[in-house]
Ligand binder design. Structure first.
Ligand code: HEC
Ligand code: HEC
Length: 334
């Protein structure tokens, strides 16, 4: 076929029409005009918070768009077109430097957000998110209102659940240290309480536990486990002072299962986050061993029944304060 001016013209028109169809008509047709089940209108405070969110560049690091391929990362819900109704500009975001915030509402209670916005290193020692303390109390309040609304009606349910548990946690805290620990432990299901640590507190386990503690826990529970980390002044109830557990080994010989359960699931209503998505099982046991051995002065990893000898690591060089040496590595023990 010869390239004539007429043919070039017809060809251009065909290509132009096809592009308009693909880029404008198709998306227009598929655009949602219906709200999703979770959608609701934003309140005045939430809209003001949204403006601050845009003005402070939160979108440069945070997306609000859970894609299908993110599902396995523990996301609550895949985003739907109807979630964004009436919001312009949409804040889908392009960079995922920080976690996706589409379902942020109710993930944490308000006091956690205050501490985190004042300095992200308080709640997450390794965070690279900038501090936003300069915004001042009122703006931080508005930002939190917006964050707690992310996820619409689903978020409202989670926020309500946080508030109900917060009331109980604060009441328990105000009742005194022993009552508080009793309340905390009563919320650990029966079956978990008599569970000893399945991994012995070997030297490497304690060292790994120390690293997990520094990377995730130290900003709240503090370097010596007394709950006096830099986040503490912002939190109610404040982070648990692990040394109070010494007096509270009410369940007898084991503390491992209790610690494991609380670290895995967090304590809803308090700033204590859940770590089930971030830390695999072995790391949770390692940090439990570290807390038990260093702050509580207790170590149940050498208690009977010992179970299978799964340790390929050298035993501790010092005899644990309360336990006895496990039988494996015969001849190593003094
Ligand atoms: C330079 C990148 C960056 C910017 C800008 C940024 N963040 Fe973050 N954000 C992060 C990273 C990384 C994390 C994960 C570590 C942490 O918890 O701090 C995070 C975590 C968060 C979390 C906790 C999510 C969760 O479920 O644990 C919230 C909420 C949040 N950011 C809100 C904001 C808000 C609001 C702004 C703007 C005022 C903002 N971020 C600006 C990088 C950023
Ligand atoms: C943002 C602050 C914060 C961070 C980070 C944090 N905690 Fe907590 N933690 C708390 C608060 C608050 C409580 C509950 C205090 C209360 O209700 O009295 C708590 C309670 C606990 C308990 C309950 C103990 C019991 O006997 O019931 C354990 C165990 C615990 N934290 C371990 C950890 C570990 C391990 C990490 C790090 C992997 C961690 N925490 C990170 C704030 C935090």
């Amino acid at each position: 076929m010869r390239m004539t001016p007429a043919l070039v013209l017809v060809g251009s028109v065909v290509i132009f029409t096809a592009s308009v169809f693909a880029v404008i008509v198709v998306p227009w047709q598929t655009m949602a005009h219906q709200p999703s089940a979770a959608w609701r209108e934003l309140s005045a405070d939430e809209l003001a918070g949204r403006k601050l969110y845009i003005a402070n560049g939160c979108t440069y690091c945070h997306s609000q768009f859970v894609r299908t391929q993110d599902w396995d990362l523990g996301m609550e819900r895949i985003s739907q077109p109807g979630d964004y109704l009436g919001l312009s500009p949409h804040l889908l975001g392009t960079t995922r430097t920080g976690p996706d915030l589409a379902q942020q509402g109710g993930e944490h209670p308000d006091d956690w957000h205050v501490a985190h916005l004042v300095s992200p290193r308080f709640t997450r020692p390794q965070s690279l998110m900038p501090r936003f303390e300069f915004l001042g109390q009122e703006n931080i309040r508005l930002l939190i209102a917006y964050l707690q609304g992310m996820g619409g009606r689903d978020a409202d349910q989670r926020v309500q659940r946080q508030q109900e548990w917060k009331a109980r946690a604060v009441a328990a805290y105000n009742a005194g240290a022993d009552e508080n620990v009793k309340w905390l432990h009563d919320n650990v299901p029966e079956g978990w309480r008599p569970l000893p640590t399945p991994y012995p507190a070997t030297e490497p386990s304690l060292q790994r536990g120390a690293k997990v503690y520094q990377d995730f826990c130290i900003g709240c529970h503090g370097p010596v486990g007394d709950g006096q980390g830099p986040a503490a002044p912002y939190l109610n109830p404040p982070p648990l002072n692990f040394t109070t557990l010494r007096r509270n080994l009410v369940d007898g010989k084991y503390i491992g299962g209790i610690l494991y359960y609380q670290i895995m699931n967090g304590i809803t209503g308090t700033a204590m986050p859940y770590f089930k998505h971030e830390l695999e099982s072995a790391k949770i046991w390692d940090v439990s061993n570290f807390i038990a051995a260093n702050f509580i002065g207790f170590d149940d990893s050498n208690t009977e029944p010992a179970g299978i000898d799964a340790s390929y690591e050298p035993l501790r060089t010092q005899k644990p304060a309360s336990g006895r040496w496990r039988d494996h590595g015969k001849g190593d023990a003094p």
